[in-house]
Design a protein around this ligand. Structure first.
Ligand code: C5P
Length: 404
């Protein structure tokens, strides 16, 4: 499950009795994590009301190419660009013929032509229509063009015939749609990443924090997502947008970051602790702004929980990766943290080098794990993130049976 996490699916419903099953298909696609928008042809609306699909998808149904209201909101080009995947279910014999001809005189045809997204078609028609040379020839042309097909099934038909032409069951279509995105070295894996600084309040207007920009953690989230993982990013306050399809949870303090991690660690396969967590927080937070008194002031601090060590200490722990930002004795300190925090891998940076570290675009690292090490020379944080993700992927244990 989850291969369609945050994938944007346009579901086009044509006029056939199987249109009623497409209502369930919306649900099954959503089960896989998809966001669904529905197009209904004129014929489809003779079988099922748009209200059904509006209620299930949570969005108005797109109906007509020349619908002025739709053009102002999400017109055919916008809808075509929005889609990561277009599914036509049910696809009638007429629909297949129209696709072959490249017709654009209705919304469905125009969206298919205007979209670069993969097209998955679930045909549904009378068995004789399915077997007809015209339909089979259309099928061959569409296959040649890279159109993907789900079904049809064989069996009893609404018209009383028995044979091929029944629409594949919604769960099977959704499964096939998900499989299209189930590639990449972290396909189907669940990953939790911490990023950015934490802020530890002193009073209503002041806090203790650090210069972490969050860029490395966000680059890792992007790289893991591109490798097919379902990624949750627990982020301290940063000036960055979440990468596409990454679920972002905003936190401020170390304690909030720990709470969010423990809440979401669930069946994660991998935890990457990239956040620059404040080691200490003020022992107490003053309710009112602290007034200056005299020439010196002493702050009393108390230790924050160690998030990565806590996760590594869980009974059902994921693969755990930490970072070590050091100004001296890089290897020695990193090896110490690898052992002390019971990590499976540590990525060590020499932050005394001004070209790398907290606020720069680039990074270089020494990757250490119990089974070896790799020196990663200066490169962009995006490149480094991709290398780290690939290194992790080769070491990740096989997924437990429950986390398919
Ligand atoms: O001990 P140090 O702070 O150098 O360890 C760095 C690693 O530990 C990083 O992966 C960081 O995200 C993690 N860490 C943590 N919770 C803390 C302190 C550090 O998860 N309270």
């Amino acid at each position: 499950m989850g291969h369609l996490f945050k994938r944007r699916v346009v579901l086009a419903v044509c006029g056939g009795i199987a249109a009623y099953k497409s209502a369930e298909l919306v649900r099954r696609l959503q089960d896989h994590g998809a966001e669904v928008r529905v197009i209904m042809t004129h014929g489809a609306r003779e079988f099922v009301t748009p209200l059904t699909f509006q209620a299930l998808s949570g969005h108005p149904v797109h109906r007509s190419l020349l619908d002025e209201e739709a053009e102002r909101g999400m017109g055919h080009i916008e809808l075509a660009r929005w889609a990561d995947l277009v599914v036509i279910a049910p696809a009638t014999a007429d629909c297949l013929a129209r696709l072959v001809a490249g017709r654009a005189d209705d919304l469905l045809g125009a969206v298919v032509l205007a979209s670069g997204a993969p097209l998955l078609v679930a045909p549904a028609m009378n068995q004789q229509m399915w077997k007809s040379p015209a339909t089979q020839a259309n099928l061959a042309v569409l296959r040649d063009r890279g159109v993907l097909f789900a079904g049809p099934d064989s069996g009893d038909q609404a018209c009383g015939d028995i044979g091929p032409g029944r629409m594949l069951e919604p769960a099977a279509i959704a499964q096939q749609a998900g499989a299209l995105f189930a590639s990449g070295t972290l396909a189907g894996r669940r990953v939790l990443i911490t990023a950015g600084p934490t802020r530890e309040p002193l009073d209503p207007v002041r806090y203790i924090s650090n210069h972490s920009s969050g860029r490395m953690g966000y680059a890792l989230a992007r790289a893991a997502s591109e490798a097919g993982a379902r990624v949750t990013l627990v982020s301290g306050p940063v000036q960055l947008d979440a990468p596409e399809r990454v679920e972002r949870i905003d936190v401020t303090t170390a304690q909030q970051m720990l709470d969010a991690c423990l809440e979401h660690i669930g069946d994660c396969d991998l935890f990457i602790a990239c956040a620059a967590v404040a080691d200490y927080r003020p022992a107490s937070v003053q309710e009112q702004k602290i007034k200056k008194q005299g020439d010196a002031m002493t702050l009393s601090l108390t230790r924050n929980p160690d998030i990565v060590a806590t996760v590594a200490g869980l009974e059902h722990r994921p693969f755990v990766v930490g970072f070590a930002a050091e100004t001296e004795k890089l290897r020695e300190h990193a090896e110490g943290k690898l052992l002390a925090k019971k990590l499976d891998m540590i990525i060590a940076n020499d932050v005394s080098d001004s070209r790398i570290g907290f606020n720069s675009d680039d990074n270089a690292a020494l990757l250490l794990s119990p089974d070896g090490e790799r020196e990663i020379p200066l490169c962009s944080k995006d490149q480094l993130a991709r290398i780290v993700v690939e290194e992790i992927a080769t070491r990740l244990p096989e997924p437990a049976p429950h986390s398919s």
